[in-house]
Design a binder for this molecule. Sequence first.
Ligand code: TPP
Ligand code: MG
Length: 554
Amino acid sequence: MTGAEILIECLKREGVQVMFGYPGGSVLPLFDKLYDADIKFILTRHEQGAAHAADGYARATGKVGVCLATSGPGATNLTTGIANAYMDSIPMVAITGQVKTFLIGNDAFQEADVTGITRPITKHNYLVKDVKDLARIVREAFYIASTGRPGPVLIDIPVDVQQKDIEFIWPEEVDIRGYKPTYFGHPGQIKKAVRLIAESKKPLIYAGGGTITSGAYNKLRELAEKIQAPVTMTLMGLGGFPGTHELSLGMLGMHGTAYANHAIMESDLIIAVAARFDDRVTGRLDAFAPHAKIIHIDIDPASISKNVKVDIPIVGDAKNILGQLLEEIKKVPDTSDWRKTIESWKKKHPLQYKDDAKIKPQYVIEQIYEATGGEAIITTEVGQNQMWACQWYKYIHPRTFISSGGLGTMGFGFPAAIGAKMGCPEKIVFDIAGDGSIQMNIQELATCISNKINVKVAILNNGYLGMVRQWQELFYKKRYSYTCITGPDFVKLAESYGALGLRATKKEEVRPAIEKALSADNTVFIDFHIEPEEDVFPMVPAGEAINRMIGGMA
Ligand SMILES: Cc1ncc(C[n+]2csc(CCOP(=O)(O)OP(=O)(O)O)c2C)c(N)n1
Ligand SMILES: [Mg+2]
């Protein structure tokens, strides 16, 4: 078999059903084999779109997302998407073509040092110099991408390696020296954690994205209910615990709920489940959780005590460890006073906005929530639209909220929605977008139409790079330096691609537009003309303690 044939065969054996990408000179042998391979290939309109689509597919399904690009500019166009997947620990395999082996280092046409460029943004990467290594490398790449703390792995394959003939041998086993993730928590640490839980009066579960990755949803719920501890989630953790549950405090951090942030400050025991204490969550580090002991469950030992020093680290898979804790916990704490306090905060300081005759973005999201019964997959762009989507839609199931957390990549949500829809065709997929972000990968409308990928895009059109404008309003004396932004007529633009374009300029048009979008058997853009200077509150100013919120509790 040729290298190209071996690659396709390996992808099939890894269970790859769909991949996203773009052709070019250095991947011609591969594309020739893709022509009649039984893997669905989605031709995007930009390689960044392909990487985000693979990422969205992975987030929605839990499988490894696969993207493919040519050498040089094709590969560099993937990098934002790779970095995005890396920051959010998403399993992805990115395959790039490379110039012929004997040309590498020659400044050949469309040559870029892709393994060099992607070293800091991949979990691992490979340059395949000899076709005899190809099958093993593909096997390892999928294994590394999907085990331990997941992440993107890149395989760079020179054209001549794709063309060379060799006997195909499928490596049954994967054995990588020095790579042995720990899956179960140390029994001694479990015992210590159980003791702390029993002694605590104000326990709080702080759940991150790993809750979803590890499939810990049911176990997390069991634990929360058993010890009667409230649960707050990071952006990545939304959907890891039902947002409709009475123990849910919603999201914490910079734009978290006032009661979640106050709970952190008052808690005497924080159980961090597969969360990494990101600065958008902790706020000023030396003021974070002053009264709490911290138990930190994480599969990646490198994330333990990286930002916040913890008392009881437990390294391993979150689902397994929660199971171990549940088995060991005999004595549960009495948290009734603690829950009463939090209930009163919830009542006094709920998330709120001034609902008036104008179209408020929060209202639009509430309407999308109601119209979809909370059952849609929501993707987001980045900015205010993203934060409102975190606050105003309640995520009930895991893998229903897909958003660029660590990197904060504008232009992520639309291609990610395409990937999510490919992975979950039976689900409604809604991208909650900003008018700025959507313009960063708007070309993927053509991908939707030509592949009949039915996604809905709600553009919260404020005429601004709203989140940056909000910071300028609050911290730069309203000097709106280059944050007023124009765009196309989104309705006409959608129509020109063959999609349905809708617009709402009055409040009473909001719900009918959503209903119409849902009933359309087509990709839909809805252009919501929202209140231009609406802000996201509460807000913790950068560098402040997380209970020092603007628009939160005093
Ligand atoms: C690729 C990229 N460039 C720049 C930024 C910085 N940034 C963060 S939010 C934002 C504004 C986004 O505007 P829009 O999409 O209209 O969303 P809004 O905040 O108005 O809802 C910008 C420029 C970013 N996050 N990503
Ligand atoms: Mg905007």
